[in-house]
Design a protein around this ligand. Structure first.
Ligand code: NAP
Length: 292
């Protein structure tokens, strides 16, 4: 990905680490925000191989790196290297953002809160609602645990591999594990249905989307997938007359909340709104050549 950024000798450094990392939209999103906010910092993509996150951290401290995002395969490997974790990271048991202050690493998780903000944009929220999540991987974990902590009435985790759903729900009073075959019986009482599997993702082959005819009337259907912009799960939900959204809001808001964390400042609602709109537009243009 090519982008023009303003660099000065005084510029602070931020980055995203992962492997592979070439496809990451994070530098584009973060540099756009840094420029808009007038922050003297730049954000780079740094390839870091599995098992070498400790080496990266040793280098990051003397380089004065202010903070970094983590993607596959580092989100859990980083945990033993942290001095502290935010309540969100503790709740989600995963970390996608780290800031370095006085040589100490603090971990944060913005995926779950980013996803929550994306449903709030559609006029929805978790408290009192029954949430059903397809998948029990990294995205499902952050989304499910945020919903549980935020006061969802019940959170049902439905996964192809039941043991993984059981592990995710363990110790959470309002979370219940299920296998995929149990989905039809959960749909009539589901208020918010979320696809947190790669089913329907561009490049993932033919998707076998579950039958949604039994889903509660008026339920919200969200997909964590953002490419394609109208994933098959969302298409099916819309066909059944449900309000549906893709994962672009999650992508954008997790980035905004990560930047707040790196800069140790809170953006006001107006700024979050402006940044959200800007990032959705540039993500749409970058992914699909059009505004989202
Ligand atoms: P992950 O950790 O690999 O987990 C994938 C989950 O999907 C697992 O529970 C897996 O079940 C299930 N699954 C995979 N293929 C399936 C299939 N064919 N049928 C049924 N279940 C299947 O992946 P992840 O990181 O959670 O990502 C999941 C999706 O969320 C991806 O599409 C990713 O792009 C998207 N995502 C979006 C954002 C965003 O910002 N919008 C952020 C993170 C992730 P098993 O346990 O049985 O293997």
């Amino acid at each position: 990905m090519t982008m023009k950024i303003n660099y000065q000798n005084s510029s602070k450094l931020l980055c995203v680490i992962g492997d592979p990392i070439g496809h990451s939209l994070s530098p584009l999103l973060q540099n756009t925000m840094l420029e808009y906010l007038g922050e003297d910092a730049i954000y780079l993509a740094v390839p870091v191989k599995a098992g070498t996150v400790k080496d990266f951290v040793s280098a990051a401290k003397p380089l004065g790196i202010l903070g970094f995002n983590l993607t596959m395969p580092h989100k859990e490997d980083i945990i033993p290297l942290l001095s502290s974790m935010t309540p969100e990271a503790m709740a989600c048991k995963s970390v996608n953002s780290v800031r370095i202050k006085d040589g100490k690493l603090e971990g944060h998780s913005t995926d779950g809160i980013g996803f929550r903000r994306s449903i709030q944009d559609l006029g929805w929220d978790y408290p009192g609602n029954t949430v059903t999540i397809l998948g029990a991987g990294g995205a499902a974990k952050s989304v499910a645990l945020t919903a549980s902590m935020a006061g969802a009435k019940q959170v049902h985790v439905v996964n192809r591999t039941l043991a993984r759903a059981e592990q995710l729900c363990s110790g959470q009073g309002n979370m219940f594990p299920h296998s995929l075959t149990q989905l039809p019986e959960l749909l009539p009482s589901t208020d918010i249905l979320i696809n947190a599997t790669p089913m329907g993702m561009a490049g993932c082959g033919q998707a076998s989307i579950p039958d949604l005819t039994a889903l509660k009337q008026g339920a919200l259907c969200m997909d964590c997938i953002y490419a394609p912009a109208l994933p098959p799960f969302m298409q099916e939900a819309k066909k059944q007359g449900h309000i549906a959204g893709n994962g672009i809001g999650m992508l954008v808001y997790q980035a905004i909340f990560a930047l707040e964390f790196f800069l140790d400042r809170s953006f006001d609602e107006e700024t979050i709104g402006i940044l959200g709109k800007k990032l959705m537009e540039i993500s749409g243009v970058n992914l699909f050549g059009e505004k989202s």
